[in-house]
Design a binder for this molecule. Structure first.
Ligand code: SIN
Ligand code: CO
Length: 373
């Protein structure tokens, strides 16, 4: 793989080997000439919406306050020390989506979203740590980052957001537009706006094992098959009627031990789970959907692309899209893997698609999962 300016002229392999999960990396001029993708009014408009996750953070004399969206009113721009954070900007802004996809040297199953923060002078969310890796791209204005390798991650109690009780920075940098800072999980940091500024966070997903386990058992509940019912033809008279008979528990344990899963079950579960859109994601079907014939003609000319909201993954013969899974033939797999990786299909690629694939694509188009190119 080639060296990326985005990573400070090292290859993704070097980045993953030396920094990922290991140590911070400051990249000056990661994106030369970077211009912010959206202005405060657009961000504020998004923050006012129900289905957009947003927060407003203020601090007055060391007392932090956090308000969750929808946010219909923001403090004036002339007021110091407030921060507006908007999650999932990639879901409604095509250019933010394209920026997030610059990070596809990492698998889609790990990429989460692009969060945009706007702060007035002195604004920030306080010294804290995150449980995930993050790339902090300075989009507009300046922000002073202080970071620390400290092990003490104790938090101030009773705060509406995570604030480290003993933050002792060991490095400090001022980031300007186009500069980027990578931080591994649990790395203490504090970013303070110097004048008005905007910072974009490229965030990652790493589900907890507990969350995965619970979801997996729910998935298995739909697929287990345990015929029959408990019976005890050799039952003996009960001495202590309230005591569960040992033989009864033995028989139940034996039966439950028949619940088994293999790699295939785990693959289908995990693919469906990781491609499931977040609860606040709603697809917008086309206002005037083309009839199937017109759709095919137009798609042959213009190609198709996935909606920025669509999560599409695959593994082996299984293809996952927005929480649904399909086992597909070898020929269909070529086309669908291409769509998943490129997030678009050219007219030529479509010409090679089977009727099954075309039918699925038309349904996805009607649902707003796929759009005309
Ligand atoms: C911010 O953009 O204000 C905060 C990002 C972070 O510290 O994780
Ligand atoms: Co953070």
């Amino acid at each position: 793989m080639k060296k990326l300016q985005l990573l400070g002229n090292i290859t993704p392999a070097q980045f993953l080997r030396d920094y990922w999960h290991k140590k911070p990396l400051l990249i000056r001029n990661a994106i030369p000439g970077f211009k912010p993708l959206l202005k405060l009014d657009k961000l504020a408009e998004a923050a006012a919406k129900n289905h957009v996750e947003s927060r407003l953070v203020t601090s007055v004399d060391g007392q932090w306050d956090m308000q969750h969206g929808p946010l219909t009113e923001l403090p004036p721009r002339t007021q110091r020390e407030w921060t507006l954070l908007v999650q999932g900007v990639n879901l409604f802004d095509e250019r933010a989506d394209a920026l997030l996809r610059e990070f596809r040297f990492l698998p889609d199953a790990r990429l989460d979203d692009l969060m945009v923060s706007y702060a007035t002078d002195g604004g920030g969310v306080g010294p804290h740590f995150d449980s995930y890796d993050v790339f902090l791209l300075q989009a507009h204005g300046k922000r002073r980052w202080k970071i620390s390798a400290q092990q003490d991650l104790s938090l101030v109690e009773g705060m509406p957001l995570k604030i480290l009780s003993n933050f002792t920075p060991d490095e400090e940098f001022v980031l300007e537009p186009g500069d980027m800072l990578y931080l591994p999980p649990h790395y203490a940091h504090d970013g303070v706006a110097e004048g008005e500024c905007m910072t974009y966070s490229i965030g990652f997903r790493s589900p907890s094992f507990q969350e995965i386990g619970e979801a997996f058992l729910q998935f298995m509940a739909d697929s287990i098959d345990l015929p029959g019912r408990y019976a005890d033809p050799d039952l003996q008279p009960a001495k202590n009627p309230a005591e569960i008979p040992r033989e009864m528990l033995g028989a139940i344990t034996e039966e439950l031990n028949k619940v088994r899963w293999d790699e295939e079950d785990v693959t289908v579960f995990f693919g469906e789970y990781m491609s499931e859109p977040k609860h606040n994601v709603f697809f917008t079907p086309p206002a005037k959907p083309l009839v199937v014939g017109r759709f095919m003609e137009t798609a042959a000319k213009r190609g198709l692309k996935l909606s920025p909201k669509t999560l599409m993954l695959y593994r082996g013969k299984h293809v996952f899209i927005n929480g649904e899974s399909f086992a597909v033939s070898r020929a269909d797999k070529i086309v669908l893997d291409l769509l998943a990786n490129e997030r678009r299909l050219s007219g030529e690629a479509l010409a090679r698609a089977s009727d099954d694939v075309l039918e699925a694509l038309y349904t996805w188009y009607q649902d707003g999962w796929v759009e005309l190119g």
